[in-house]
Design a protein around this ligand. Structure first.
Ligand SMILES: *[C@@H]1O[C@H](CO)[C@@H](O)[C@H](O)[C@H]1NC(C)=O
Ligand SMILES: *[C@@H]1O[C@H](CO)[C@@H](O)[C@H](O)[C@H]1NC(C)=O
Ligand SMILES: *[C@@H]1O[C@H](CO)[C@@H](O)[C@H](O)[C@H]1NC(C)=O
Ligand SMILES: [Fe+2]
Length: 485
């Protein structure tokens, strides 16, 4: 919700001015504050008549096509699209070849109003019983207006199933947003973990809110029609706008973006879990009740108990508000959730927590702050090998601009931070290794700005510990054998 545009830190060069300068400043702590100065496009939304937002040709043509995982383990896909003029066909034709759509699936159609805006017809179709690791083609719409797309199902759940996730947050619909999506599409990413704040349509008033949800749907279709985006909600999805009579939270978001929440025994689309390849992904809602005994808390406790690291070694949490953030923007907003959930994350050895909200990039060390209680105890984050790495990727490029003011000095928990637009990828190789990479939009090619090997918290550490013990024992035995007791 960064309202203040034109911050001191950010140099607003126009797109053609190319002034790139890389420098690292170590401000007293072990972490790095990058002073990379980038070119950027102005933080304004792409105009309505721009081709990036264009309505596909043809009467009542399906638009805003997006897919997400439709079940717990990745053998189903939820396909959504919008038709503007009439409900039209509600059928998906699909198959393993684009010349022979062997199967069909039927779904539901819904519409809603927001102020005087009346939405198009929103089609949601569950396609299930798919085979793993298979390319499927699908066709939607009627006659000459029909459109064709494809997607690939993930490999079967298994500890060494390789898979690459992209992580994108706070995207919006500016030229920076477009740059982020285009960079992501050139990566190896197979599925996006989206950490909240989709369209920023709530920056508009009255009927333009609905209009900007439609343009956003068309803008991201270039990726969302071909690979699943795993949705989580941010504050821009709440849309509590009493001045225009709209007071039902998440109305537009929930009509447009379905999640497979029931498959993980959740009772609310805003929090749920999926398993995909070798990862168990938990989606949380920063803007739903989460304290002890609430439905979200009770669901999370049960879901964490059910995680099987022998099957899915990688335990990933996504949510909107970061728990560790050292930016002036939204500082400590995650503190209430931290006080409730951090000890669970540490206990269950979550590998990594991805968040957005702050329009900059930041990564933490493995730290925790769970020894404090109101009357006593250590109130500071301390190094903790069981803790997740916390990564903020709120740098998708929305119209609010970058959050360029970091707290000074850089706190000890902050490992790397930079206010540039970009996205991340997490390439899981096997049960022990994943290659993490943050991609800054300004880099034409892949450069190692913030890239490293992430060792699995369950397998990586066990393996290392066993190895350590063995070496230690070996050393003692060797000493005893050479020197005697
Ligand atoms: C849904 O669409 C139909 C047909 O255009 C319309 O009559 C109805 O009012 C719409 N409902 C909502 C909630 O917008
Ligand atoms: C609070 O911390 C103190 C000191 O570490 C400890 O003795 C006490 O049991 C803690 N209380 C709770 C409720 O955790
Ligand atoms: C896991 O992947 C890493 C990185 O590709 C590789 O170095 C390592 O040997 C792999 N481990 C196993 C057990 O295959
Ligand atoms: Fe946000």
């Amino acid at each position: 919700m960064w309202k203040d545009k034109g911050m001191g830190f950010m140099l607003l060069h126009l797109q053609l001015v190319s002034f790139v300068f890389l420098r690292f400043v170590n401000s007293g702590s072990a972490g790095v504050t990058s002073a990379f100065v980038r070119t950027e496009w102005p933080s304004t939304d792409i105009p309505l008549d721009n081709e990036a937002l264009a309505v596909p040709k043809g009467y009542n043509s399906p638009q805003q096509v997006h897919i997400t995982q439709g079940d717990y383990d990745g053998k189903a896909v939820l396909i959504t699209w919008v038709t503007a003029e009439a409900p039209g066909s509600n059928t998906v034709h699909y198959g393993k070849s684009d010349s022979n759509y062997e199967f069909t699936a039927e779904g539901t159609v819904t519409n809603y109003t927001f102020y005087n805006y009346m939405s198009g017809f929103i089609h949601h179709i569950l396609v299930d019983g798919l085979e793993y690791d298979t390319k499927y083609f699908y066709k939607i719409g009627d006659g000459k207006s029909a459109r064709e797309f494809w997607f690939r199902t993930p490999p079967e759940i298994g500890p060494d199933a390789p898979y690459t996730f992209g992580i994108i947050g706070d995207l919006g619909q500016t030229y920076n947003s477009l740059s982020t999506v285009e960079h992501y599409m050139r990566s190896e990413g197979q599925t996006v973990l989206f950490v909240g704040d989709l369209s920023y349509a709530d920056r508009y008033n009255y009927n333009d809110v609905g209009v900007r949800w439609d343009t956003w749907g068309r803008f991201v279709e270039r990726s969302t029609a071909y690979q699943p985006w795993i949705w989580s909600a941010g504050n821009h999805e709440i849309e509590y706008m009493p001045f225009m009579g709209e007071t039902v939270p998440f109305k537009s978001y929930l009509h447009r973006y379905k999640t497979p929440f029931a498959a993980s025994k959740s009772t609310n689309p805003l929090w749920y879990a999926i398993r995909r390849a070798s990862a168990h992904i938990i989606v949380l809602s920063s803007y739903s009740p989460f304290v002890k005994y609430t439905p979200q808390w009770r669901w999370l406790v049960e879901e964490l108990k059910s995680v099987d690291r022998e099957k899915t070694p990688w335990l990933i949490v996504i949510m909107h508000v970061p728990i560790y953030n050292s930016n002036e923007a939204h500082f400590m907003e995650g503190e209430s959730m931290r006080s409730v959930y951090e000890r669970l994350f540490v206990h269950y050895k979550v590998d990594v927590v991805f968040a957005g909200h702050v329009h900059a990039y930041e990564r933490s060390y493995r730290i925790s702050n769970i020894h404090y209680n109101v009357s006593s105890g250590d109130p500071y984050p301390v190094p903790d090998k069981s803790a997740p790495v916390y990564i903020t990727v709120g740098d998708g490029g929305n119209q609010e601009g970058l959050a360029g003011r970091f707290r000074d000095p850089q706190p000890d928990y902050s490992a790397f931070r930079e206010a540039s637009y970009g996205h991340s990828t997490l390439a899981i190789k096997n049960r022990t290794h994943a290659i993490y990479h943050w991609n800054r939009n300004d880099d034409g090619k892949k450069v190692a700005t913030d890239s490293f090997t992430l060792y699995n918290q369950y397998w990586g550490n066990n393996r290392r510990r066993r190895k350590l013990k063995k070496n230690h024992l070996h050393k003692i035995i060797t000493e005893v054998l050479t020197n005697g007791l």
